[in-house]
Design a protein around this ligand. Structure first.
Ligand code: H79
Length: 582
């Protein structure tokens, strides 16, 4: 892969900020839709396409990485990949079952791939014969059924549409194995993108949103044209920031990337995330996230101001994998009891000192989400509003508490009320909580923990373990080495001393590691390199030599091994950034 290409891919992984919602004559409808979107919090992403047939294997070999990228990875010629359409026959597809699963999971919106980077339309298209009705034995448009099933249940429906990459067309970006690298996007836009976007905005009822992806090739003018087309057809249809050139109504974080703290500077945002390590179905990917992890991440994201768009990858037969269904329904069980603390809430007015708790807010109420049970005593610093009552949301049992200035002390039972997230409702004397100076979201302390749990786990092999609260298995590969990535999103600015809390058996010590603060298209803001030392297997906190500058423009802080895999099993619990004076 060429370097130039690499730079074109990265934008999907970093935040494309919406800044303020793009201002145009549709501002009123957009604002109203954004308010609704902010309240619904949790959505189902569906990646479904021809790539579900190879399901992560090509010519008998396993293909690493995300499944819907198999055509790109294997440089499969268009003529060969097209043959998959002739085999696509999802006879088990049932739109009502999918919509029902979303509803059972407590998901209030759905976004499905109408066309991914492979260029194949999963809807009836007059603009291109390369679509599910004209090119497959199935010969039906599943999106009709699915959009109707969502509408019946009050689930907001939206389409993913890959506007920039299209590996099937010489004018789309990405396919340099069949087509010359130099592109004229305009004919592709006029003959495929504009007509197809019109089709999906016209034939499937009211769309809650349209989800573009991986901007890079299209000009400002072309993106303006695309935006105008969407809004002219459906003014209330939200446009995500990956349309490019800051022309979106709301922002995405990178795929699977959660900001480290409350993040409100760039308007509404959403985390697109996978249930395992792929978007499109891969038959051998069983690295399912634990429902506990997902419920905690939902609370984490909502407490920070975001929505959570969680993906399933149905099979070529049209079945959402059993494991995905089971996980989603168990999240739904938690939401059935605790949904009041998620839907329609505002983000935390407090910063988060660690991963013990998160906070969501409604008028007169503070919801304390306890993600890691602290034992029988919990002290929360910074809430100045008088607490009138406290009780567990799940069973209404009251919680003993006392307040002294901005310190709230809670007496808890020895065991959590809910093993994943026990929610305590605090009824307060004010409509909006009053927060003491120094504890407000955005006023970060001099010492700040970046826990492994809030990092994105990169690569297929790395694992997080709740028992030891640490990440492990830092194996290296040519691409996608396993690593931890934290996303500060403008919350940090300074030079930091760094401590690391980790455990390493002496027998496996000795590999080189690298901690870096980085941004796309520029040399790193800072790098600390060193050697993993043995700790006799116990968790210790050690100060690293050197310092790490982190700037508002820094996109990621990453930790990984660079030398060999000997210390791959090192357990990393957290790094602590200690701001230097001045
Ligand atoms: O639709 C999902 C992904 O297919 C899409 N965004 C989510 C929502 C996405 N497009 N690009 N990326 C994500 C970035 C992908 C980078 C990689 Fe690769 C693709 C890493 C591994 C495969 C290209 C090929 C870079 C390395 C190998």
């Amino acid at each position: 892969m060429t370097r130039r290409l690499f730079h074109l891919f990265v934008p999907a992984l970093v935040l494309a900020a919406a800044a303020a919602p793009a201002q145009d004559r549709f501002a009123t409808e957009t604002a109203k839709a954004l308010k609704r979107f902010d309240g619904i919090k949790f959505g189902m992403f569906i990646h479904w396409g021809l790539y579900a047939i190879p399901a992560g294997e090509w010519k008998g070999r396993y293909v690493r990485g995300i499944g819907e990228w198999i055509m790109f990875r294997e440089r499969i010629p268009v003529k060969e990949y097209e043959q998959l359409a002739g085999q696509f026959n999802p006879v088990k597809f049932n739109g009502d079952e999918w919509a029902q699963l979303a509803q059972d999971a407590g998901m209030r919106y759905m976004v499905i791939t109408s066309k991914h980077h492979d260029g194949f339309a999963m809807f009836k298209s007059a603009a291109s014969k390369y679509n599910i009705v004209d090119a497959t034995p199935y010969a039906r448009d599943p999106m009709k059924e699915l959009s109707a099933a969502c509408a019946r249940r009050g689930i907001d429906f939206g389409f993913y549409y890959s506007q920039d990459q299209d590996w099937h067309e010489p004018g789309g970006r990405g396919n340099n194995w069949d087509f010359p690298e130099k592109r004229d996007a305009q004919p592709y836009l006029e003959q495929k993108v504009f007509p197809q976007v019109k089709e999906i905005l016209s034939g499937y009822g009211k769309l809650g949103l349209i989800w573009f992806d991986t901007p890079g090739m299209l000009s400002e003018k072309q993106v303006d044209g695309l935006r105008a087309q969407v809004k002219t057809l459906q003014p209330s249809c939200l446009i995500n920031s990956r349309i490019g050139h800051n022309r979106g109504d709301y922002a995405q974080t990178g795929d699977n990337a959660i900001p480290i703290q409350v993040y409100l500077q760039d308007g509404k945002w959403e985390v697109p995330a996978t249930l395992n390590d792929t978007w499109g179905y891969k038959k051998n990917d069983n690295n399912w996230k634990d429902p506990r992890d997902l419920v905690a991440k939902l609370a984490d994201i909502v407490s920070k101001g975001g929505n959570y768009l969680l993906n399933v990858g149905p099979t070529a037969e049209g079945v959402i994998p059993e494991a995905s269904q089971k996980i989603l329904r168990s999240i739904g069980k938690w939401l059935e009891v605790n949904g009041e603390s998620i839907y329609g809430t505002s983000p935390s007015p407090l910063y988060f000192p660690d991963i013990t708790w998160r906070v969501t807010v409604k008028p007169g109420k503070v919801y304390l989400h306890i993600l890691n049970w602290p034992g029988t005593k919990l002290e929360i610093q910074g809430l100045e509003s008088q607490v009138k009552k406290a009780w567990f949301l799940a069973n209404k049992a009251s919680v003993q508490f006392s307040q002294k200035g901005p310190a709230l002390a809670l007496t808890l039972p020895p065991k959590p009320v809910d093993p994943w997230d026990s929610v305590i409702v605090l009824e307060i004397a004010d409509q909006q909580p009053k927060i003491a100076e120094g504890y407000r979201a955005g006023q970060l302390p001099q010492r700040l923990d970046l826990h492994a749990w809030i990092a994105r786990l990169r690569g297929e092999e790395i694992r997080y373990d709740w028992t030891t609260a640490s990440a492990s298995n830092f194996r290296r590969f040519e691409r996608e080495s396993n690593s931890l990535a934290w996303y500060p999103y403008k919350s940090l600015n300074g030079v930091y001393d760094v401590e690391i809390t980790y455990a390493c058996d002496d027998a496996i010590a000795g590999s080189k590691f690298r901690l870096a603060s980085e941004r796309r298209g520029a040399p790193p803001d800072g790098v600390i390199e060193g050697v993993v030392e043995g700790t006799g297997g116990a968790f210790v906190t050690r100060k690293l030599a050197g310092s790490l500058p982190v700037r508002p423009a820094t996109e990621t802080i990453t930790f990984g091994l660079t030398g060999d895999d000997k210390s791959a099993a090192v357990k990393v619990r957290k790094i602590t950034l200690v701001r230097r004076a001045g």
